[in-house]
Design a protein around this ligand. Sequence first.
Ligand SMILES: Nc1ncnc2c1ncn2[C@@H]1O[C@H](COP(=O)(O)OP(=O)(O)OP(=O)(O)O)[C@@H](O)[C@H]1O
Length: 283
Amino acid sequence: MTVTEEVSNAVPASPQVVLEASGVTMRFGGLLAVNDVNLTVREGEIVGLIGPNGAGKTTFFNCLTGLYKPTSGQVRFAGKPLAPKPTAVVKAGMARTFQNIRLFANMTALENVMVGRYCRTSAGALTAVLRGPKFRREERATRARAQELLEFVGLGKSAEHLARNMPYGDQRRLEIARALATDPKLILLDEPTAGMNPQETRQASDLIFKIRDSGLSVVVIEHDMRFIFNLCDRVLCLVRGEALVEGTPGEVQSDPRVIEAYIGTGEDDDEDDTPVTGEEGKA
Ligand SMILES: Nc1ncnc2c1ncn2[C@@H]1O[C@H](COP(=O)(O)OP(=O)(O)OP(=O)(O)O)[C@@H](O)[C@H]1O
C-alpha cells in the first residue's frame, strides 16, 4: 500500500473535546435544580441547551462557569478538571454572557471591551499607577484589540458610545465582544436573543456562526426554538433538572417527550417557542 493510499483510508481525527461535564448535580436546600447532567462539547461545535422555565439551564451554566460549585459531578475543560472559580474558568479559556445584560452602563463600548481584555494583560498594579512604558504599550494593544472586536461584532462605529445609550440589540453584541476579549476557546451565551426583534435575532444568529467559524465552540441557552434548531449542531433538552433528550436538532424537535414537556408547561401560549418540526424549523 502506498503512502497516499494509507492517508486517504485514514479515519479523520474527530474534533477534540473542549468541555466535558459529567454527573453535574446542584441542590439548593431541598430543591434539586440540576440532576446528574452530562454534556460534551467539541471543538467548533454549537450546542444548544433548551428546556421550559425553571428546567435548570442557567443553574447548569453557572456550574460550568464556576459561579456555582456543583453539589457533585465534575467539569473538565481542555482535558483538565476546572476549579469552580469564575477567574480560573476565564483564564482557562471559557467566557460567558448573562441572561440580564451586565455592562458597565457609564463606560463607552470600547472601554467595556477593554475591561474584558484585562484578564490577559500582565501589567501589575504598580505599573498601572506609574504608567510606565510597559503599561502604555499594553494599553495601546488592549485598545486596538478591543476596537477589532467591536468591528467583529458589527459595532466598529459605536466605540465611543456610552453603553447605556446603545440600542438593546447592540448592548447584547457588546456583551459578546467583551466576552470574546478574554480570548476564549468556548463561549456560553445565556439567552442571547431575549428581547430582540426578528431582524436582530437573525443578526445574532449570523454573529454566532461567525464566532464558530473563527474557531470557537459555542453553548447557547435559548427559548426561541427556531433560532436554536437553525443554529445548533446538537441540542440538549433539560426538564426539571434532568437531561431529557440530546441529539441533532432534527431528533430533538421531533421527539414527543420534548413536545410534551413544552406543551405541558403552557409556555408556548403567547411565545413563539413551540418545538417546530421538519421544514417549518428551517427559516
Ligand atoms: N440561587 C438559587 N437558590 C435557590 N433556588 C434556585 C436558585 N437558582 C435557581 N433556583 C431554582 O432552581 C430551578 C432551576 O432554575 P434555573 O434558573 O436554572 O432554570 P432555567 O431553566 O434557567 O429557567 P429560565 O428559562 O426561566 O431562565 C428553579 O426552580 C429555580 O427557582
